[in-house]
Ligand binder design. Sequence first.
Ligand SMILES: [Zn+2]
Length: 293
Amino acid sequence: MKNLPPPSRDSDSSDLRKSVRRYKYRKKWHGHDITDNEVEQIVALYDQYEADSGEASDSLKGERLQQILCEMIHSAYDKTQKKRILYSLRERLFKGVELCPSCGIGAPYELDHHLPRSIFKPLAIHARNLIPMCHPCNNKKKEVFGEEGITGFLHPYYNVLPNVEFLRVVVSIQDEALVVYFSIDTTAALPNGWAEKLLNQFDTLNLDDRYQQEVNTYVTSHAASLHVNYKQSGQEGVRNILLLQSQFETTAFHRNHWRPVLLRALADLDEFTDGGFAVIYPIPESMIEDMES
Ligand SMILES: [Zn+2]
């Protein structure tokens, strides 16, 4: 649910030329050398993909193209693996993307075909149809929609999210534990239909459960600073440090990243800021004494 800068299309033609070629296997020639005309046809499909912001359509399936060409491009995707001829494409797509744009939890190690490779074969190595994703997100997406599914997810390169808050979290303290529920605010001022897509994405990727699993480890990493600030400035100190950290993480990640959203909600929870945090995330008495000395 974070936008990524669209990757360059400078290597559109060269990627096709170097990966769609005849090859010799067991003394026989296989495959197909892509012609100039075919390169132009594929690049025209990429242009159409661009114009339609990655929306699915029949023409993007390449039904007017030679079958062998579509099959060759489909299998050329395997050449993006390490030590193979299109590996530089993979490297370029991952460059600078530190967290999975779908969940913001883990690092992206896989490439997702926004329009599935099995149906949209001519787009199999199109840089802008390939989205870096973490394994749990990619896996979940495949599990729910299958290899052939059209997900209706927003496109991280094209569907530029407005600067509004759409990820919500409700926090409370129950039995000396933090209880959190994340959700999508479907009333947020988003373009028509986007809230439904975000909701679909949120549910498919099981994000509420996955964020819940992260919360304690994450808040624990700020426990010492909460205690220090409470000691020094009471509830106001805790609130301020939560908001400051939230601002920092909004800049480092984005407004709807789960961490700054969580921190803002915690800053608003009096029960938490007024000492409640210390019960959930206690520190040893000796450390408190050290702070006092
Ligand atoms: Zn992910």
